[in-house]
Design a protein around this ligand. Structure first.
Ligand code: ATP
Length: 207
């Protein structure tokens, strides 16, 4: 469960986010909407611990009964996906995925197995040796989701992940993302401008 308590973010004495409170359960998607410049991406930056120094913040972030806003980014265990897939083009698909696997999985064979299984599960079997530059936009997007989830995050943030794709791909990719996050059963916060991105039964907050 992800819980935001009384979050206020200000810049130059101007309040961008004011006293925001919500709770997102495992497997639930909360959608955050609002006009451009309302502070949606800034708020996600706070959640992952990457808020630029220009901003000041009060409030608390709890995840699975543990306070996280006082921890550095790498110990929060929260994944994020952006519009861009942000794959490393000098690594092949398998290497891009393998680097996300937690260090506790030590053996090379085990890591390889995790990668192959994730690809197969996403109907992308055989993609391991592909150069990211040869992938379609939709394939890149799906690989980026797999990479985020292979890290076994306890929560996932989606910052307009569908907006770069054309209408047909967008619908397919939405279904893919909801399927993948459902399997992981973690809380998800989605930022979008498009009401069609909102999954059924989720909470919606407009800033
Ligand atoms: N690093 C930064 N330094 C100074 N101001 C910033 C910085 N990042 C964002 N801002 C400002 O903070 C405000 C909120 O920006 P943010 O990107 O969070 O909005 P948003 O709601 O995500 O907008 P959009 O829907 O267009 O993506 C904007 O006025 C923006 O110019």
């Amino acid at each position: 469960m992800l819980c935001v308590q009384d979050c206020t973010i200000t810049r130059n004495s101007r309040s961008l986010i004011h006293a925001l409170n919500f709770t997102v359960s495992a497997g639930e998607v909360l959608t955050l909407m609002g006009p451009s410049g309302a502070g949606k991406s800034t708020f996600l930056s706070w959640i992952i611990g990457a808020l630029p120094a220009e901003f000041t913040v009060t409030g608390e972030l709890w995840l699975n009964q543990q306070r996280r806003d006082t921890l550095p980014t790498e110990r929060r265990n929260i994944g994020i996906l952006f519009q861009d897939a942000l794959l490393f083009d000098h690594l092949n698909v398998g290497q891009n995925l393998a680097m996300a696997i937690p260090a506790a999985v030590k053996s090379r064979e085990q890591r390889q197995h995790c990668v192959e299984q994730a690809l197969e599960n996403a109907q992308l079997a055989g993609f391991s040796r592909r150069d990211p530059a040869t992938l379609s936009g939709g394939e890149r997007a799906r690989i980026s989701v797999l990479r985020a989830l292979l890290a076994k995050p306890e929560a996932l943030l989606l910052d307009e992940p569908f907006s770069r794709l054309d209408q047909t791909l967008r619908e397919q990719f939405r279904q893919f993302v909801w399927q993948q996050v459902e399997q992981q059963a973690i809380p998800v916060v989605l930022v979008t401008h498009d009401p069609q991105d909102i999954p059924p039964d989720g909470q919606i907050i407009t800033l």
